[in-house]
Design a protein around this ligand. Sequence first.
Ligand code: FPP
Length: 252
Amino acid sequence: MPDLQSQIIPEKVPEHIAIIMDGNGRWAKQKGMPRVLGHRNGVKSVREVTEAAAQLGVKYLTLYAFSTENWSRPATEVTALMTLLVETIKGEIKDLNKNGIRLTAIGELTSLPAATYKTLIEGIEQTKNNSKITLVLALNYSSKWEITRAVRLLAEKVKSGHITLEDIDEKHVEQEMTTHGIPDPDLVIRTSGEARLSNFLLWQAAYSELYFTKVLWPDFRKNDLMEAIISYQQRERRFGMISEQVGKEGAG
Ligand code: FPP
């Protein structure tokens, strides 16, 4: 097996990786198990990938854990996912602190079930002084919800006279995003062979490198993360410019 870690250029590790964790249901089905066991095994990947990302020098890891559309799933699955979130956050606080992981979240959090919301807020509070890596859980999140919310907040500011219509620029829009203060993702990974963004970080991923892998989320491990980072480092990020302007050194 090639030594993947030695192929990673430490200075070019993405500062922010965002992951669409997909394929839990199919993983379980392949094994003749109920879907919820796919999610339970997905938690193992969450744990390993978060620790690996921290160890590799990634500063922000955003995980798409529950979209606004996921409420349409069977009630039993939604309940199981919410319970799993509570159990996982409660069970991991000690390790999050041991590993310097700061927990935070984006999405319409106040509409989460009370127990999930409470545990999440406690988790955020109890890990707020950690600084090795920030783990951002996207929960009850979708980009269209977030962008609509930003438009409304800006309209209110114009209406109340805090800003004028002419003041509104990209910076103002960015300030109203739930990700304000978090750098845009350098790399967005989606597992399970699907190649779409599914309402995830559409504003923030404007110049992100996209990486799609067939690996199902419960099978995604440190090696898979390193393969994604190696692929990212071989790309040239031009941000709309031409090669000569950005240099030909690969990802930066
Ligand atoms: C997608 O697989 C996965 C989800 C919608 C939920 C992800 C949640 C976890 C991994 C567990 C909790 C997470 C944390 C952060 C503690 P899918 O169900 O859409 O799979 P399928 O497309 O194969 O049906």
